[in-house]
Write a protein that binds this ligand. Structure first.
Ligand code: SF4
Length: 450
């Protein structure tokens, strides 16, 4: 049973020393009760308080680690229901399935295609996280060989899905790699007996919340600590409502019995798998298994995930400075924009598409986009004039002409007045930059004293 803020407050030193970063002990107690702070943040707390509150402040959704090393996947470990309350910490993981019934070349080709599902966006590498090896052959030895080959070829953590005799056959070589075991319904107890002594994570599959509660209790009783729940939805609405229901039980009601990360198998003929995946990325799916290895299916999901799992309090940003694009020279145009990553990468790729070498001048606007930074007073005539004089761009080019985003055209007069640079108003949308840059006459960037 979760403690209330008042019960937590009674255990705190009540000195309001502020060492925890909150103005009073009561404010801190309320943060602990909401799962947004931990007792470790209170240095003067007594041992009794630490012991009592350690459990109370444990994340309402436990953490489950699959795999080892740099590519280990963390499921769960979330503390809020809505991203704006704090942040989401661990993105929905994607596993792409491979069948052990594929023959050698087809199997290797499938693994190669899964491995190639890796893209760069906004300076981040987006990739699928796991390979789900399905036992379709019914042959434990074949499954074990397929799992070993998947590990070797993909280099990602594995989800092993199959009957327990097949899982047992694969584990001697894969156990240290901490795969996630997923036995079928009806073999949950045998799966728990397999996972418990090795300390491996286990997917518990059962229909609905009640079924899961019983199955999870049985797995815990067998000694499995790291559990993931698959509520086995039959349809898209079923999947979303179960996912939301389970997360609300974990975060709002602290229902420890069913508070575990979730896994949804959206392959094997699941209806509308990509619509379901899109909704489950936004609504609490911890792990999604898909059958498609088509980049056209996977890239939009990875993009959606990237957007949802950024910290709303920390916009993704690049460093301010001068970025030459192409073989920029002293007579190349200077284009200015803000340091919001999406803005930076979009503008840079549009300049590249123009094939006109240019200097991209990036203003530090705390990761805000152009209009947001302008509205917040971070991208103004004064701040841009300051950048022109302090960034070193005046030494990098022989002209004094700046291309300003069209959305803030109104700043041009102030910039010219304060900096002495001539301002050309660029297009409203970055996508128009290629044709805009190609149309500019070279005379626009003649040396300043010419
Ligand atoms: Fe109170 Fe502890 Fe915070 Fe100090 S650090 S204000 S004692 S909760």
């Amino acid at each position: 049973m979760a403690l209330t803020a008042l019960e937590i407050y009674k255990l705190l030193p009540k000195t309001n020393c502020k060492e925890c970063g909150f103005p009073t002990c009561l404010a801190f107690a309320m943060q602990i009760a909401a799962g947004k702070a931990g007792i470790d943040q209170c240095p003067p707390a007594s041992d009794e308080a630490r012991e009592t509150l350690g459990a109370a402040s444990a994340p309402p959704l436990p953490k489950v680690v699959v795999g080892t090393g740099e590519r280990a996947v963390i499921l769960g470990d979330e503390v809020v229901l809505y991203r704006h309350e704090k942040t989401f910490y661990h993105p929905t993981a994607f596993a792409i399935s491979v069948s052990d019934a594929l023959d050698g070349d087809a199997f290797r080709d499938r693994i190669r295609r899964i491995r190639s599902l890796s893209f760069e966006r906004m300076g981040e590498r987006l990739a699928v996280d796991m390979v789900a090896v399905r036992c379709d052959s019914g042959d434990p030895a074949r499954f074990a060989a397929a799992a070993a080959a998947a590990k070797e070829g993909a280099g990602t953590p594995l989800l092993l899905s199959g009957p327990c005799d097949a899982l047992a056959a694969a584990l001697p070589s894969l156990g240290p790699d901490r795969p996630l075991l997923c036995p079928p319904v009806g073999e949950g107890d045998a799966g728990a007996r397999l996972a418990a002594p090795l300390g491996l994570p286990l997917v518990v599959r059962a229909k609905g919340i009640d079924g899961l509660e019983k199955a999870l209790a049985a797995a815990r009783a067998a000694g499995v600590r790291d559990l993931v729940a698959d509520p086995m939805p039959a349809s898209l609405p079923d999947a979303v409502s179960l996912s939301v229901y389970l997360r609300r039980l974990a975060i709002l009601h602290r229902a420890r019995e069913v508070a575990v990360p979730t896994a949804f198998d959206l392959g094997n003929g699941f209806p509308s798998p990509f619509a379901a995946a899109s909704l489950l990325v936004t609504k609490y799916g911890s792990l999604l298994v898909l059958d498609s290895d088509d980049p056209a299916d996977i890239f939009p999901l990875l993009t959606l995930r990237q957007n949802i799992f950024t910290d709303p309090q920390k916009p993704i940003q690049v460093e301010a400075g001068i970025y030459p694009v192409g073989k920029a020279t002293a007579s190349s145009p200077v284009v200015i924009t803000t340091n919001f990553s999406l803005t930076f990468f979009t503008v840079r790729s549009d300049i590249e598409a123009s094939r006109v070498p240019a200097h991209l001048l990036i203003a530090d606007c705390d990761g805000m986009s152009v209009l947001t930074a302008w509205a917040a007073g971070r991208f103004t005539g004064e701040s841009i004039a300051k950048i022109l004089s302090e960034s070193g761009i005046a030494g990098a080019v022989s002209h004094r002409t700046l291309i300003l985003p069209g959305m803030v055209a109104r700043l041009s007069g102030k910039i010219e007045e304060l900096s002495g640079w001539r301002v050309l108003v660029g297009p409203q949308e970055s996508s128009a930059l290629p044709s805009y840059l190609r149309r500019l006459p070279p005379a626009a960037f003649a040396p300043a004293d010419a």
